[in-house]
Write a protein that binds this ligand. Structure first.
Ligand code: B4P
Length: 188
């Protein structure tokens, strides 16, 4: 069972690349952002809690997203592997993921890290706001908050995975096809 992580700042292209990767490599796509947006659309208690945090550009509590990941793993014992898109986003989430995978004899096989500049993040998210109408994309102050949250809470994961030896940086400022080619060379 393979476990790949798609890592990067907001708007780096994780969701975009995830669609291409799961199709080519027959993996199950788990996007914590998509799972949270589904809960919000359904108006569940979890969705109500997540909505405010996401719309402010904050992260949702670790135990909430870890629970969603565990449920999805448990529901799909038949798959060949998982692509984790946007998870983990904190050191605590990464440690919990390691523990969950160790218990089932698994591991994180590769961390595919999409690298882009903060200025590119702004352009891409502003563009996506016009297409998808996401609330957390609409306001420059909230985009800045998401970028700051990334630098403070998520970026330390780069060192965490470098030490484990499974970190792989992909230049994210190329065309969608070029980024995908680089990813295929790493996991193909
Ligand atoms: P996510 O849904 O993960 O969203 P994202 O990081 O903003 O976007 P992504 O990187 O997937 O960008 P995309 O491909 O769409 O998270 C949303 C929120 O959920 C978070 O802020 C947080 O609050 C919460 N959350 C999620 N996971 C969590 C966790 N583990 N813990 C706590 N909270 C969590 O690309 C962006 C745009 O760029 C698109 O318009 C695309 O068309 C364009 N694009 C992509 N690749 C391109 C390329 N190569 N060239 C040009 N444009 C490109």
């Amino acid at each position: 069972m393979k476990h790949y992580i798609l890592f990067g700042p907001p708007g780096a292209g994780k969701g975009t690349q995830a669609k291409l990767i799961v199709e080519k490599f027959n993996l199950l796509h788990i996007s914590t952002g998509d799972l949270l947006r589904k809960e919000i659309a359904l108006g569940t208690p979890l969705g109500l809690e997540a909505k405010q945090l996401i719309n402010d550009g904050q992260l949702v509590p670790d135990e909430v997203v870890v629970g969603m990941i565990q449920n999805t793993f448990a529901a799909h014992p038949e798959v060949e592997g998982f692509l984790l898109d946007g998870f983990p986003r904190t050191i605590a989430q990464a440690q919990k993921l390691d523990q969950i995978l160790q218990e089932s004899g698994g591991q994180v096989d590769k961390v595919l890290s999409l690298a882009i500049k903060d200025s590119t993040i702004f352009d891409r998210i502003a563009n996506r706001a016009k297409i998808e109408g996401r609330k957390d994309d609409a306001d420059p102050a909230i985009i800045q908050n998401r970028i700051d949250t990334y630098h403070e809470k998520t970026e330390p994961l780069i060192e965490y995975y470098k030490k484990k030896g499974n970190y792989c940086e992909i230049p994210g400022e190329q065309s969608i096809e070029e980024v995908f080619d680089c990813i295929c060379k790493v996991i193909g």
